[in-house]
Structures are given as structure tokens and as C-alpha cells.
Design a protein around this ligand. Structure first.
Ligand SMILES: C[S@@+](CC[C@H](N)C(=O)[O-])C[C@H]1O[C@@H](n2cnc3c(N)ncnc32)[C@H](O)[C@@H]1O
Length: 254
């Protein structure tokens, strides 16, 4: 495991409605995902407005995932991205689904994801230069340090390897942000509570919005990627809120 000499860059400020200090954040977040794991796919389908399986598959293909590749899916959750990647790389390829939440990984196994690892994206338990692509779907907001995360991604990538990050980004206009907030912090958690009868899942969805609202802007995310030496960083935006970040580790793929 290697570290980074870059200054710590948290994806958002401390959200004191949920934890008193940053040192409590990890346990609180893991518990939220663990206790809501069995509801996550239902919620995702209900609120998806385009961020479902179809969008994730297109994003994997746009990022250049093809047969026989080795893919690391960080923040894999219930395994949607991993499962889709498994379908693309085929039996000669490898997909590892990594997540700190045992509950979420349990759901990924039920979906048919073969290789799972319980760990944090900032501390990857893998050797250097073994993956062709590292993916991360909607998990960036939950790490402690973007520099540490991206330097770990770079370390485990083969030369020429790529990164694909999917995120929901706060809209640029204040009105669009208000409308989205009503939907994501009001309607989605309430519908979740009513239909799933889970106060934990309701709280997770409120937290989900609060992390989106508090997240550092896209330019800061792109800068953090370049700070650790990733190149050709790009952001592709769909429907004003779906961000797809890409970057490449310099070198020639073998
Ligand atoms: C919103 S879910 C995303 C699941 C899936 N990737 C998707 O596309 O739907 C976010 C996941 O990030 C995981 N997570 C939280 N902190 C993490 C960290 N530091 N490193 C990696 N994953 C993390 C959570 O446990 C959760 O399963």
C-alpha cells in the first residue's frame, strides 16, 4: 500500500447532521449502506431517471471496456456496474467488485458478481499495475481524500490504463438545484420510507442528496486527477447532472 504526498482533499465538508466529526464519518456511512443494502436496488430503479443499467453500460463502453480486460469496480455496492462489466469482459476477463460495506457486497453476490473484496478505495489491497480500468459509480462522495483515492487508482492501473468515474453533480442553475433537491431530499426519501418501511433507507437517501449538494465542483475533481499524474482528463455531462469523468495513466498498454 502506498500513500500520497498531496494535501488531503475531502470531497465534501463535515456533514454534522449525520456525524459530529470526520473521524466518525466512516462508521456512520458504512452502517447506513449496510442497513439499507437490501433496499438500494429498488431505490435506484425508482429514482433512476437515466442512471440505471442502460446508462452505466453505455458509460463502460464509452470508456473503452472490452473483452478480456481486468476491471476493478470501486464502491461497487450491489454490483450493478461490476455485473455489466463482467458481461462485457467475458470469461477471459476479470472483474473485482470492491466495497467497504459487507451488506452491499452480499447483494452483489446475489446478482452474480463473482469476485468481491471488502476494502476502501483509498487503500486498495492489490499489487501495482494489474488492472486495465478502474471504475467507480456514485461512490466518490464517500471517500476521505480524493488525492489518496486517485493515487491508489493510478498505482493499480497498468500503463495506459483508464479511470471511469460516474457521479451525480449539482446543477449549475440555482433553480434546477432547488427542483432536484425537492425530488432527491424530499420525494425520494419519503417514497422510500413508505414503500420499504425503512427509516435507515430514508436517511441514506437524505444523506445521498446532502453529499451531492456539498460536493466539491467538477473542476476540483479533475484537478485532483491531474495532481496525481493522470492525463487526458475529461468530463462528459448528460442531462445536466450525470457526470462521467475519465483519465488515463501515462504509458503504453502491453
Ligand atoms: C451509492 S452506492 C453506489 C453503488 C454502485 N456503484 C452503483 O453504481 O449503483 C455507493 C457505494 O460506495 C461505497 N463506499 C463508501 N465509501 C467508500 C470508500 N471509501 N471506498 C469505496 N467505496 C465506498 C458504499 O459502501 C456504497 O456501496
Amino acid at each position: 500500500m502506498k500513500n500520497t504526498d498531496k494535501a488531503r482533499l475531502a470531497p465534501h465538508k463535515t456533514l454534522t447532521d449525520y456525524y459530529d466529526s470526520d473521524k466518525d464519518r466512516r462508521e456512520v456511512v458504512d452502517n447506513m449502506f449496510d442497513s439499507s443494502a437490501k433496499h438500494y436496488d429498488w431505490i435506484n430503479r425508482m429514482m433512476s431517471f437515466g442512471s440505471g443499467r442502460w446508462y452505466r453500460k453505455q458509460a463502460l463502453q464509452r470508456a473503452g471496456v472490452i473483452e478480456n480486460m481486468n476491471v476493478l469496480d470501486v464502491g461497487a455496492g450491489t454490483g450493478v456496474v461490476s455485473h455489466l462489466a463482467q458481461g462485457i469482459v467475458g470469461e477471459q476477463g476479470l472483474v473485482v467488485a470492491l466495497d467497504p460495506s459487507k451488506g452491499m457486497l452480499g447483494e452483489a453476490k446475489k446478482l452474480g458478481v463473482t469476485h468481491t473484496t471488502q476494502a476502501l478505495g483509498e487503500y486498495l489491497p492489490f499489487q501495482d499495475e494489474i488492472f486495465d480500468i478502474v471504475t467507480m459509480g456514485y461512490a466518490l462522495r464517500h471517500v476521505e481524500d480524493l488525492h489518496l483515492l486517485f493515487s491508489e487508482f493510478k498505482r493499480v492501473l497498468k500503463p495506459g490504463g483508464r479511470i471511469l468515474l460516474l457521479e451525480i453533480t449539482r446543477p449549475e442553475s440555482a433553480i434546477a438545484t432547488k427542483i432536484l433537491k425537492v425530488y432527491m431530499k424530499g420525494i425520494v426519501p419519503t417514497v422510500t420510507r413508505v414503500f420499504r418501511r425503512s427509516a435507515d433507507a430514508q436517511k441514506l437517501m437524505q444523506y445521498y442528496w446532502d453529499t451531492i449538494e456539498a460536493c466539491v465542483p467538477p473542476a476540483t475533481i479533475m484537478d485532483a486527477m491531474t495532481d496525481v499524474g493522470l492525463t487526458e482528463t475529461k468530463r462528459h455531462v448528460a442531462q445536466g447532472i450525470f457526470s462521467e469523468y475519465r483519465g488515463i495513466k501515462v504509458g503504453t498498454a502491453s
